[in-house]
Design a protein around this ligand. Structure first.
Ligand code: PEP
Length: 265
């Protein structure tokens, strides 16, 4: 019995090395405050997997000083499609890099819907991020009506083709499948539910096929899921082999629920 235990102790670190590591991205949107964000980070448990916080721009500088020990990475929530100049209110990829961002969200449905962001702008943003070696997290996904009309696959194909047009996959890119009807804050999600595991698997498989058509090599592209991921469903979702991570909105705003999601893998 003792021998078995010590063998397990010996093998475990090596087994962990071979387990595919997953990424958990907290999208705080326009919530919390700098002070609250620092208290929050102090209470977050350590993880073998990559934990990323997409925080408002004004938090980035302070947060980056406190994240190194915990190995938590920072993400911007948006970036300019331009490199510099007279673009009042915009923040460039170079500026995000300066503030310590490793990742940045692009094309979130809230930006596509409320700010009328176009695919060509999103394409420009991805180019800027790759230039500064920041990993883009490109959000794609259909709305409720498109899903009802069985247009999911064609919406995904169009978004991916346009948003990634002419892009050279020089660094890691993450594609977040975020069906709009499953995002907790949208009216479309009347039941406040995530997509079913079957829906997630089939969309992820479809995205993989589309990417294989667009690029010779897709090794650097990860496909993650977002839409009402909570402590109740995170384990099931994260343990799907097709899912390389999750993007979490509402449930990432409370320490206990984010910690529970981190523990789910
Ligand atoms: C999101 O808005 O990216 C998101 C996934 O939100 P929620 O987890 O609240 O559905």
């Amino acid at each position: 019995m003792r021998k078995q235990k010590s063998l397990k102790k010996l093998l475990w670190p090596n087994l962990i090395k071979f387990m595919p590591s997953k990424v958990i991205i907290a999208n705080w949107k326009m919530n919390l405050s700098v002070k609250k964000s620092l208290e929050f980070v102090r209470k977050i448990i350590k993880s073998q997997n990559e934990l990323v916080i997409a925080a408002p721009f004004t938090f980035l500088c302070e947060m980056s000083k406190h994240l190194k020990k915990k190995k938590i990475k920072l993400a911007g929530q948006n970036v300019s499609q331009f490199s510099e100049g007279a673009y009042t209110g915009d923040v460039s990829a170079k500026m995000l890099k300066e503030e310590g961002c490793t990742y940045c969200l692009v094309g979130h449905s809230e930006r596509r819907i409320y700010f009328k962001e176009t695919d060509s702008e999103i394409n420009g943003k991805i180019r800027q991020l790759l230039k500064y070696e920041i990993k883009p997290i490109l959000c794609v996904g259909e709305n409720y009506l498109q899903r009802k009309r069985k247009l999911t696959n064609s919406v995904l194909a169009k978004q991916l083709a346009k948003d990634l047009q002419g892009i050279k996959v020089s660094g890691e890119i993450l594609i977040a499948y975020e069906p709009i009807w499953a995002i907790s804050t949208f009216q479309e999600n009347k039941n406040k539910k995530a997509a079913s595991l079957e829906d997630i698997i089939s969309a992820h498989q479809r995205i993989k096929k589309i990417l294989q058509k667009l690029f010779k090599n897709t090794k650097k592209i990860k496909i993650i899921y977002g839409g009402t991921v909570t402590p109740l469903n995170s384990s099931q979702i994260l343990n799907l082999k097709e899912v390389e991570g999750v993007l979490v909105g509402g449930a990432s705003l409370k320490v206990p629920s984010l910690n529970a999601i981190i523990k789910a893998i």
